[in-house]
Ligand binder design. Structure first.
Ligand SMILES: [Zn+2]
Length: 238
């Protein structure tokens, strides 16, 4: 498959998404805008560079929510620098970080950050651990998290374990964006992608034989065809 050319953009009225990057093992970075609200999804390495190319400082300071699908480095590698940058730039409004229950990476990044900067932080950081699949609303965007299947190898390079992982469906003005994060083929993703205005689907498995970490190209395409439009991301480039 040929390389994606990033950024990938999509917009309907005042609802838009820009995927700055989604390359396995390197970095992900996604910006969602809904009217004046700005959300970040999976702030991987490079997120500050990409945000600064795209947004005015005042809009970066207004980012209200960060949505993390899981704790792998290519999805959270930019969290520390994002938190620090917002402090240096004097952010005043709170920021909520939504993350799957059990995602140790976010908890430890937050704890380390607070240990270093608690006396000089200018804004509230609210950690919101997502335990179920309940919907909630932020800035008039309806957010529906859903469980996905994503595993990682233990140190023997054979045994795998499930990583706390979520996909998210964002609905604004009746337009629906479904982002599966990193996932193997799973029924929850099938259900939420179906009929969405946009599905963003990873095709991270470079083999035709399905596994329990990433989707093959044909699995991702088969889900994508059930949405009105879809993008394939997280496609290996090497
Ligand atoms: Zn991953």
């Amino acid at each position: 498959m040929k390389k994606n050319k990033y950024p990938i953009c999509w917009a309907k009225e005042n609802f838009s998404i820009k995927i700055f990057c989604s390359i396995p093992n390197i970095a992900t970075g996604i910006l969602i805008k809904a009217d004046n609200a700005h959300f970040i999804v999976d702030p991987g390495d490079g997120i500050l560079r990409d945000l600064n190319k795209d947004l005015k400082i005042k809009d970066i300071l207004n980012i209200s929510d960060v949505f993390v699908t899981h704790g792998h480095h290519d999805h959270v590698g930019g969290v520390w620098s994002l938190l620090t940058y917002l402090r240096v730039m004097n952010k005043k409004t709170p920021m909520v970080i939504h993350y799957p229950k059990g995602c140790l990476e976010i908890v430890h990044i937050y704890n380390a950050f607070m240990k270093v900067y608690s006396r000089s932080i200018t804004y509230d950081i609210i950690l919101r651990e997502i335990t179920g699949d309940k919907s909630f609303t932020s800035k008039k965007v309806l957010v529906k998290p859903f469980p996905v299947i994503h595993k990682e190898y233990l140190s023997d390079n054979k045994t795998t374990r499930q990583v706390p992982s979520l996909g998210y469906k964002f609905t604004f003005n009746n337009f629906k964006i479904c982002y599966g994060g990193d996932t193997a083929y799973c029924e929850d993703l099938v259900k939420h992608a179906k009929g969405s205005d946009l599905a963003i689907l990873e095709a991270g498995h470079d083999d035709d034989t399905p596994d329990d970490m990433h989707m093959t190209l044909s699995e991702a395409n088969s889900i994508g065809r059930s949405a009105k439009e879809y993008f394939l991301v997280h496609v290996p480039e090497k």
